[in-house]
Design a protein around this ligand. Structure first.
Ligand code: UD1
Ligand code: UDP
Length: 384
C-alpha cells in the first residue's frame, strides 16, 4: 500500500521519523511512503537538520510555501497538496499534530475522498483563539482513522460524537478512534542513548554543566506576537536566572528571535550580554533531547517539549494558561504558569527547592506506538 505523509513543521518531521523508522524495520515490503513537505518550516535548523539526523527519506515533494498569514499560507498548501494527491493517488494520507500543514492536508485529502489518518488526534485546549485548536478540530472531523495518544484525548473525541463502537468499513462518516501511546515517546526511547554518544561535547560548547541549567523554549503565537507578554516573560526569566545564579539555555525559534530583535531590541541586547542567559539558535533533535535529559528544570510553551520533560523525568513550567497534556498537570510534575511573574517564580522555587521525589507514570505507551498504528493502517488499507 502507498501511504502519503504530509509534514511541514519541525515537530512533524520528528513525529514522521517514528513512522518511517517503523516502516523500514517492520513493514518494508508492505508499505511504501510518499513524503510531502509543505515548506512551512524552511531554515536549515528548522527542517533539513531533522531529515539528516533522523534518517528520514528526502521529501518527494516540497511545496515551498514559506511563511505568511494563516489564510494565505494554508490555501497555498491546500492547492499544492491537491495537485500531488491527484497525481499520486495514495491509499491513505497521514497527518500529524495541529499545524497549518495538518489542516491543509486534511482539507485537500478529505475533499478528494482520500482517507485521512490523524496521528495525535483528540487533543484539545478548549481555547479556540489558538490557531492549533481550530486545526485540530477540523482535522479530526475530516479523518477516517484517529489515533488519540492519551485517555483525555480519546474522551474528547467521544464528547464530540466519535463512537468507539463503530465497525468496519471505516469512512469519514463512520470513523474509527483508537487509544494508542505517543510516537514521540518511541523517538525519545530510540534516540536518548545515541544523543549522549553523538553529542557528548554539546554542553561544553554552550558553557553549561549537566543538571546545572534550566532549559527554556518559547514560540507560541500568544507569547511571541503579544510583545508586552514576551517582554514580561523574558524579564522574569532573566531575573530568575540571575537571582539563582543558574544558566538558562534558550534555543530560540526564529519567530521569537524576530520579535525580540525587531520589537524589543534593547531587552534582546541585554539578554545576549547576560551572564546567565544562553540565547542559541534552534538545536537539532539529538541536541534537544540531550539538553532535556540533563536539565534541572524545563520551562516551555511547546507541546512536544512538555511531553519530553515527562519522558526524561524533569519538572516543567508551562508558559500558557491551559494545556492539551492535562495528565502532566494533574500529576503535579507540570504547572501552568501562563505569563505571570508570580506564578513563574513560585513554580520555579517549588520545582528547584522542594526535595520531594516526583513520580513520572507511563502515560504515553510502551515505545512501540508507531508499529501499532502501522498494523492498524495495514489491516484497513492493504489490498487483497
Ligand atoms: C508552527 C505551528 C505551531 C507549532 C510550531 C512548531 C501553525 C499555525 N503553527 O508555528 O503549532 O507549534 O510550528 O515549531 O501551524 N520562521 C522562520 N524560519 C522557518 C520557519 C518560520 O524564520 O523556517 C519564522 C517566520 O518569521 C514565520 C514565523 O517563524 O513567519 C512563524 O512560522 P509559522 O510556521 O507560521 O508558525 P510557527 O510559529 O513556526
Ligand atoms: N526541538 C528541537 N530543537 C529545538 C526545539 C525543539 O529539536 O531547538 C524539538 C523538541 O525536542 C520536540 C519538538 O521539536 O521534539 C517540539 O517542536 P516545537 O516546540 O517546535 O512545536 P510543538 O511541539 O509545540 O508543536
Amino acid at each position: 500500500m502507498r501511504l502519503m505523509n504530509i509534514v511541514g513543521a519541525r515537530p512533524q518531521f520528528i513525529k514522521a521519523s517514528a513512522i518511517s523508522r517503523a516502516i523500514k524495520l517492520n513493514f518494508p515490503d508492505k508499505i511504501s511512503e510518499i513524503i510531502v513537505h509543505t515548506g512551512q518550516h524552511y531554515d536549515k535548523e528548522m527542517s533539513d537538520v531533522f531529515f539528516d539526523e533522523l534518517d528520514i527519506s528526502k521529501p518527494h515533494y516540497n511545496l515551498a510555501v514559506g511563511s505568511s498569514r494563516h489564510g494565505k499560507q494554508t490555501s497555498m498548501m491546500i492547492s499544492g497538496i491537491e495537485e500531488v494527491l491527484l497525481g499520486e493517488k495514495p491509499d491513505c494520507v497521514v497527518l500529524y499534530g495541529d499545524t497549518n500543514s495538518t489542516l491543509a492536508g486534511a482539507i485537500a485529502a478529505a475533499k478528494l475522498h482520500f482517507p485521512v489518518i490523524h496521528i495525535e488526534a483528540g487533543l484539545r485546549s478548549f481555547n479556540k483563539t489558538m490557531p492549533e485548536e481550530l486545526n485540530r478540530i477540523i482535522s479530526d472531523h475530516a479523518s477516517t482513522l484517529l489515533f488519540a495518544p492519551t485517555n483525555s484525548a480519546f474522551k474528547n473525541l467521544m464528547n464530540e460524537g466519535f463512537r468507539p463502537e463503530n465497525s468496519p468499513p471505516y469512512t469519514i462518516d463512520n470513523p474509527k478512534i483508537y487509544l494508542t501511546g505517543d510516537i514521540m515517546y518511541d523517538n525519545a526511547l530510540f534516540y536518548a542513548e545515541l544523543a549522549e554518544r553523538k553529542k557528548s561535547g554539546f554542553h561544553k560548547s554552550i558553557q553549561v554543566k549537566r543538571e546545572e541549567f534550566v532549559l527554556v523554549t518559547i514560540h507560541r503565537e500568544i507569547n511571541t506576537d503579544d510583545i508586552s507578554r514576551l517582554e514580561t516573560l523574558m524579564l522574569t526569566l532573566n531575573a530568575l536566572a540571575r537571582d539563582h545564579s543558574i544558566p538558562f539555555v534558550m534555543p530560540l525559534h526564529p519567530r521569537t528571535t524576530l520579535s525580540l530583535r525587531t520589537r524589543l531590541e534593547s531587552l534582546y541586547n541585554d539578554l545576549r550580554s547576560s551572564k546567565y542567559i544562553r540565547l542559541i539558535p534552534p538545536v537539532s533533535y539529538l541536541e534537544m533531547i540531550l539538553l532535556e535529559k540533563t536539565s534541572r528544570l524545563i520551562i516551555t510553551d511547546s507541546g512536544g517539549v512538555q511531553k519530553e520533560s515527562h519522558f526524561f523525568r524533569k519538572p516543567c513550567l508551562v508558559l500558557r494558561a491551559e494545556t492539551e497534556w492535562v495528565e502532566l498537570v494533574k500529576n503535579g510534575t507540570a504547572e501552568l504558569v501562563d505569563a505571570d511573574p508570580e506564578k513563574l517564580r513560585n513554580g520555579f522555587r517549588k520545582f528547584t527547592d522542594d526535595g520531594k521525589e516526583l513520580e513520572y507514570p507511563a502515560f504515553y505507551g510502551n515505545g512501540k506506538t508507531a508499529e501499532f498504528i502501522l498494523n492498524e493502517i495495514i489491516m484497513m488499507f492493504e489490498k487483497p
